[in-house]
Every structure is written in structure tokens, then in C-alpha cells.
Design a protein around this ligand. Structure first.
Ligand code: G4P
Ligand code: NA
Ligand code: NA
Length: 194
């Protein structure tokens, strides 16, 4: 997605060979216009999949998911990272290990919002090692729903998540694929393939 690549080039900050900061449009401040385009792009790619629900993880997955849900006319459910007073009844949960933080967290979704009649599109802001997406997939499995695919705003292709998820048979659609962050520069996968 050209508009997203341009935004990353213009405003992304390479913090290390591993980490890209995009706080000006995705992870802290949010660019609604860009998010609307992101939503249209995901919707276009998954429009024939009969999506009935979008599943994401709080907090940065919510904005792109809501814009996609608007386009696909499907509600958005976000998994919670911490327990909530009102999150009661049947809970679908998964353990998600973060390599960055070196800790395991439980994510949870109420069974009220996901069931075996659903066809689910999983969306997240970043794909690094794929643990968050796998946790979301586990929650969908527990609900009895089907997974139609996984939509990622920014995939860091030099980390293992994309390979892992595709090897498991998931359709993964990433709007920007970063091959390298070495030498302080963002190198997109498409640029080297072309
Ligand atoms: P890991 O697999 O590499 O260990 O990372 P993990 O999925 O545990 O991600 C930890 C958090 O860091 C996630 O956000 C994820 O989206 C984010 N993340 C991973 N790589 C990058 C990166 O290069 N740049 C940025 N900006 N974020 C990255 P989170 O803690 O769930 O926070 P939230 O923003 O969704 O609230
Ligand atoms: Na994040
Ligand atoms: Na995230």
C-alpha cells in the first residue's frame, strides 16, 4: 500500500535494527484519514470472504480494525489484555508470550461476541514474532468460529511471525512489509523484489 509506505518513510523512526516507531499515525497519535484508507484496503482484500466479525487486540489494533469493520459492515471485537470488571461469563482466553517484554500475558474475549456462526478476520498493527496473532487465532478456535485470514498493517518480514503464520496455512495480508531496518533505514520488501 503506497500511501502507507510513504507515511512510514516520512514519519517512521527507526529505533534499532528491530524496532520501528510509528507513534505519529498508528501507536499513539492516530491518522484517521490513513486509517480509513487502511480499512478500505483490508476490506478490498477480504471482501469475498464472508467476514462476519473482526477480531483484534487492544489498543493499537482497534483503529485499523474499526475502519475495516465499517467497510465490511462487520462488528469489531478487541481482546483485552487485562481483566475488566464487566468481562464476566464465558471467557475465551489465550496465553501470549512477548519476546520483547519477556513475559506471558493472558488475553481474553467474552464468548458472547464470538461463536461458531462467525467467519473472522484477525487484524493487528504489527507482525513481529506472531505471538499475538497466534493468541487471537487460539481464541477464534475456542469459539468454534472460522478464521478467514489475518490482516496486518506493518509486517517486519525479517522476524519469524509471517513465516510461522503462513506455514500454519493462514492467509496473511500485510499492507507494508519491511525487509530490514538496518543502518537506520526502512527497506520495504517490494523495493528489493522489483
Ligand atoms: P514480539 O513478538 O516481537 O515480542 O513483540 P510482541 O508481539 O510481544 O509485541 C509487543 C508490542 O510491541 C505490541 O504492541 C506490538 O504491536 C509491538 N511491536 C512489535 N514490534 C514493533 C515495532 O517494530 N514497532 C512498534 N511500534 N511496535 C512494535 P502492544 O504492546 O500490544 O501495544 P499496543 O500498541 O497494541 O497497545
Ligand atoms: Na503496538
Ligand atoms: Na498490537
Amino acid at each position: 500500500m503506497i500511501m502507507l509506505q510513504e507515511k512510514i518513510k516520512l514519519e517512521g523512526k527507526v529505533l534499532s535494527d528491530q524496532v520501528l516507531k510509528v507513534d505519529s499515525f498508528l501507536n499513539h497519535q492516530i491518522d484517521p484519514f490513513l486509517m480509513r484508507e487502511v480499512g478500505k484496503e483490508f476490506a478490498g482484500r477480504f471482501k469475498n470472504e464472508g467476514i462476519t466479525k473482526i477480531l483484534t487486540l487492544e489498543s493499537s489494533g482497534i483503529a485499523p480494525s474499526v475502519m475495516t469493520g465499517l467497510e465490511l459492515n462487520a462488528p469489531v471485537v478487541f481482546a483485552r489484555k487485562r481483566s475488566s470488571l464487566t468481562l464476566k461469563g464465558k471467557l475465551l482466553t489465550a496465553a501470549v508470550y512477548s519476546f520483547t517484554k519477556q513475559e506471558e500475558n493472558t488475553i481474553a474475549v467474552s464468548g458472547e461476541h464470538l461463536n461458531e456462526t462467525d467467519r473472522v478476520l484477525i487484524i493487528d498493527d504489527f507482525l513481529a514474532n506472531g505471538q499475538a496473532a497466534l493468541g487471537l487465532a487460539e481464541i477464534v478456535k475456542q469459539s468454534g468460529a472460522e478464521i478467514a485470514g489475518i490482516g496486518i498493517v506493518i509486517e517486519k518480514s525479517f522476524q519469524d511471525g509471517g513465516k510461522l503464520l503462513r506455514e500454519k496455512g493462514f492467509r496473511v495480508e500485510s499492507l507494508a512489509r519491511i525487509e530490514s531496518l538496518e543502518n537506520g533505514a526502512v527497506q520495504f520488501l517490494d523495493e528489493t523484489e522489483a
